[in-house]
Design a protein. Structure first.
Length: 69
């Protein structure tokens, strides 16, 4: 997932995507506690980075709104 692709989405879509990624990350954390997460060990890293990218784009959108208002 690239930041340039994320910038094409609306704010509501970004919030929804972020919620989905956070839910998936929480599920992986639970699985790792139980001991079942050896399937995709790098998925947690990818999810955390995707969440950070989404938050960055949302912050950029908020700054643009403040600057134009």
């Amino acid at each position: 997932m690239k930041a340039s692709d994320l910038r094409e989405n609306t704010e509501a879509e970004l919030v929804q995507m972020c919620d989905e990624k956070k839910k998936a990350l929480a599920e992986l954390n639970v699985k790792s506690i139980i001991g079942e997460a050896a399937e995709q060990p790098l998925m947690k890293r990818y999810l955390r980075r995707d969440i950070a990218r989404i938050n960055t784009v949302m912050n950029e959108m908020a700054d643009q709104k403040k600057g134009s208002a």
